[in-house]
Design a protein around this ligand. Structure first.
Ligand SMILES: [Zn+2]
Length: 240
């Protein structure tokens, strides 16, 4: 049984390393996906703001043209004032002149509003572009980190799987089944834990002295009464 327990410790060491790889992988792809989404939506936002800016510039030029037309018309109307002969003509002309003056004022206000909108939008685009550059840099870093990790882990994982196969053949089948069951049950992937400071290394429940003596012998499988993990004796109180 002693050899069996020693093999289980070896198996736990290998499985813990595989667990670590899984955890490391589990985090990065999510980060890369999130950053990719953020980059895409920010790019879309910037492009929409760019379109709005262009539209505002076009509209401002149109309104500018309208102001020019009104100004020319106004000049002509004002010149015609010298040629009027009747009061009715005079009244009609002054009404037209008022209308053009109002048009010019309205359009000039519109131009000011458009200028202010263009300014704000251009500033916002600039800020967002800086934000985008930062995000893209972060994405590039995380993406290459992930690719490296995948490549690096491929070799490590293969090596661990090999080691695992070699250990498994040395472990009693019933014990192995038990180990796998406990391993699946605990999220941190710990099925075999050392006694550490007279307590279970998995759940930190204190172990009675009589049981400590038995565990120390390492000649039978003893499980923690609280968490069910297999307890082993390690002089350094650590599994490794
Ligand atoms: Zn425990």
């Amino acid at each position: 049984m002693k050899e069996n327990l020693k093999s289980l410790v070896q198996l736990q060491i290998v499985d813990s390393q595989m667990h670590d790889i899984e955890i490391a992988k589990g985090d990065l792809p999510e980060t890369v996906n999130k950053l990719t989404e953020e980059v895409n939506s920010l790019e879309k936002y910037i492009s929409e703001k760019g379109k709005a800016l262009k539209n505002a510039q076009l509209e401002r030029r149109n309104v500018d043209g309208l102001v020019n037309l009104s100004s020319e018309k106004l000049k002509k109307l004002q010149n015609q004032l010298y040629d009027v002969t009747t009061n009715r003509e005079y009244d009609a002309l002054t009404t037209e002149i008022e209308t053009e003056k109002n048009n010019i004022e309205d359009n000039e206000n519109k131009i000011l509003e458009l200028y202010s909108f263009e300014d704000d939008t251009a500033k916002e685009i600039e800020t967002k572009k800086k934000e985008l550059a930062k995000l893209k840099k972060e994405l590039k870093e995380k993406d290459s980190e992930l690719k490296k990790l995948i490549k690096m882990n491929q070799e490590k994982e293969n090596r661990l799987l090999n080691e695992r196969e070699n250990i498994i053949v040395r472990v009693n089948k019933r014990l192995l089944k038990n180990y796998i069951r406990i391993h699946k049950y605990h999220k941190n992937g710990l099925a075999v834990v050392p006694v550490s400071r007279n307590a279970c290394g998995g759940c930190y429940n204190t172990i009675p002295p009589q049981k400590l003596v038995e565990i120390r012998k390492m000649d039978k499988v003893i499980a923690c009464e609280v968490c069910g993990r297999i307890l082993v004796w390690r002089d350094n109180g650590s599994i490794t």
